[in-house]
Design a protein around this ligand. Sequence first.
Ligand SMILES: Cc1ncc(COP(=O)(O)O)c(C=O)c1O
Length: 508
Amino acid sequence: MNERDKTLRPEESSLEISRAALDDLSSQVTQLVADYYSEIRSLPVFPETQAGKTNAQTGTLLPTEGEALNDLLADCRAILRDSRHNGHPRFFGYVASPSTAPGVFADLIASAVNVNVTSWRSGPAATEIERTVIGWLAEMIGYRNHDQKAYGLLTSGGSMANFTALLIAHRTKAGPGVAREGLWNSRPMTIYASSEIHMSIPKAADMLGLGRENVRLVECDERFRMNVSKLRERIAADLANGLQPFCVVASGGTVNTGAVDQLAEIADVAHEFGLWFHIDGAYGALAALDPSKRALFAGLDRADSISLDPHKWLYVPLDAGCLLFRDEAGARAAFSFDKAYYIKVHEHDEDEAFAFWNYGPELSRRFRALKIWMTLRYYGTRRIAAAISEDNSLARYLGECVDQADDFELLATPELSICCFRYVSPAFASRLKSRSFNETDNAALDKLNNEIMLAVQRGGGAYISSATLDGRFALRACITNFRTTRADIDQTLVIIREAARNLFGSAV
Ligand SMILES: Cc1ncc(COP(=O)(O)O)c(C=O)c1O
């Protein structure tokens, strides 16, 4: 082998592609994304498909040889076609947002550089950008200001942010020995949250070995907010029974109705009993950017920790969750692990010694901050706030339309951008008005609305999901979508009425 040959890897074992092939790949993929964005309004929200069909069309055989780019991209188009389109203006299910184009292309850059954001040493720029973004998010929701510092990290989503928060809370309140000695000898430690809390909180308690039953679910008031006097009673009763209350979790926007718990009152209770105060703001915290909603978040700055999801209401592509906290030393004590010599940081400068693995469970982490940084810099917070405010006002509009209609019943007044209601056919509507409505009627309406929801989803014109409120089945529309307009709301109500008529004709 001569010297020149040594600089070339045998073609067969190299995955490098030529500049021309790279340009071709890049322009065709960019075209595909641009086409998708320009078509998205006219696509069916939910494809006409069934389980396994996409896979059958796009090949199930393990490819031993490379395939032509045109074939691959044709299959990618088929995959897009057979997807559910969260970015469609009439997608109202769950909490799912469209992605911003700047966020999408930022993800491409992040994947190209493929930096592993474990620590400053492994990704200096990415680490600094993540720390900047954390500060920006804290400032946007009013958690950081001139005299209050905030720290934190990006996570895969709200569930992981909540889990991380509860571990820090637990270690802080249980004392440092618990990580070595285990939980088993101590008195049961209890967490308090409303009955409307997201499932990620009991799951986190389970993963921490505390047990789901030790998340005490406190009753709600008529606005689906935690009843604060019941909270106080429950903590006092558990203390009297020898348990160890250590944390209260408030919702900064529940997933069912968007209710925001009374944060300042709950902060008082947490302070009174010496509990950690966490806010699950995965869905709602960014609504603090809407001036008409800011008052709902009074007391947010008193939280020990707060979760929020840029992949929900900042419209950045999945995945991007965030945990913020005040006590950096407490978080570090919970997660740092000085026995892992292979990753030990040998730096003297404090910033250069910084490592995210000291603050959360993940070691390898992708460069999530770039898509948030790019989205915020591209639009500025003023435009983002306007998009969030419009989502809230569309939910209010939907609530008004429903309330004024004879054939719908509003089941929860929208607090943020979620509206819960049900279809009430003329036969039921007259009984509802005359107050002769009974449980059998409620059960019949639950069934009717469940079938309507499935028919609407299958129809492809709009997508709504459901919630159970006070035992009743509700159609639930969550608007975290910068494409949705009032015309989409009107059309969705038409679609629901049509689905009811098609299913039940004049029988309903
Ligand atoms: C209030 C709330 N908390 C937590 C989560 C979990 O977030 P993720 O799906 O990002 O894990 C959600 C998801 O919808 C949510 O609405």
